[in-house]
Design a protein. Sequence first.
Length: 332
Amino acid sequence: MKTFRIAVIGAGIHAETNIFPSLANHLLADVAKVAVCDLDQDKARRMAAICGCGNTYTDYRRMLDQEHPDGVMACLNASLHPKVVVDCLEHGVPVLVEKAPAVTVEQARDMWETSKRTGKIVMIAHQKRHGTAYRKAKEIVSNTREFGRIVQVEAKMHGMPRFPNNFCCLMEWQIHNIDLVRWFGGDISSIKVQSQVFGENTAALVAALKFANGAVGALGWGTFGGPGPFAERLEVVSDQGKGAIVENAYDVTFYNESSGNQWRPDWNPNLGNQSQVLMGYVGEIQHFIQCVRSGAAPSSSIEDGVKNLEALYEIARQMQVQPEWKFTPSRF
């Protein structure tokens, strides 16, 4: 098989803590890590050393012209992604772009249209779809003969009140949850929100969802309740009295009318279940490469990215939160 040449644009804290370790430790032998690009040359060189990339650049267009990668990972921010992604597509290069793919729905639609016109895929880096626990739950509920038809999806995602405003919390944090809900429940046909805004960057909301396939859903989001995956939960219920629960992005429970079974991944930091595997970062990169090679539609696609943003803008409208995106510096 032809070696897949992958390059990375962006060497910030998220890439440093998740993307480059995944590239360093978990890719197959037929993947070549050819280049890292960042405006800060020192950052680019440091990340290239970590993952074994051959060259570094401060101009991504020059990198595209000289390296001819088979795929690019763009890990910047929602404001910068649209132009970079479109430029890569115009160069004939598929892109795995970090969420959120854009600030506005219109920008994301332009990326989608460019993807269709150039025939090059854009995959959104919603790593939770590729996390060990969520993949296990998806495997369970997708077996309709055993599980039945999904009739209800409930999800919550709290915490992270460090964003400059509530809209940024939706865009940078709860967008994970809306993507998961759509992955399990399907396209959303209606949203009804009840919310309380306490301050510029503090709020709580519940939302009732109706899916196009007839299923219903419920969201519980907010800026209170604890940080990270410890305030995260998803439950999927079928018309056969069965359900699957993912707690804290780690534990999976499958139940029926009379019993339940719990599943959790084995943890061994010296083997495949390192944190980048469990949380889905390795899986999303491998999935991207497989999709580019096979021509298959990626999960999550730029079409998903558009629909996720449409849902978030509608939630923001009903919350009466101004859709003002601001750059959020990482504070890890």
